[in-house]
Design a binder for this molecule. Structure first.
Ligand SMILES: [Zn+2]
Length: 103
């Protein structure tokens, strides 16, 4: 179970984009993947459907497996492990295990 949510900042832990950070744009929970800004970019050909539409190659973000990313802590400046604060009566909070910042 991941605690990553939309608009979180994540860092890529493995692969070509290792070390890159990006904002989560979409959660694909059925695929255990996310789409994040500027991460896992790929090219996609677009077919010309209408005369006024430009055809050609688009750069788009492809999904990346949740297991390949970590939540990014701006204070630690790296991907961190988090713990969940389940104090009764309050909203669940995600806390950086290293510096105790609420993420
Ligand atoms: Zn931290």
């Amino acid at each position: 179970m991941s605690h990553i949510r939309k608009d979180d900042l994540i860092i890529v832990r493995t692969g070509e984009d290792r070390g890159k950070t990006g904002k989560v744009l979409k959660i694909l929970s059925s695929k255990n993947a996310i789409i994040a800004e500027g991460i896992n970019l790929g090219k996609k050909h677009r077919k010309k459907r209408k005369q006024q539409e430009p055809s050609g190659i688009l750069t788009i973000e492809f999904p990346i497996a949740l297991s390949n990313v970590s939540l990014y802590c701006p204070k630690c400046k790296k991907g961190v492990r988090i713990k969940i604060d389940r104090t009764k009566g309050t909203k669940k909070k995600r806390i950086c295990k290293k510096c105790q910042t609420v993420l």
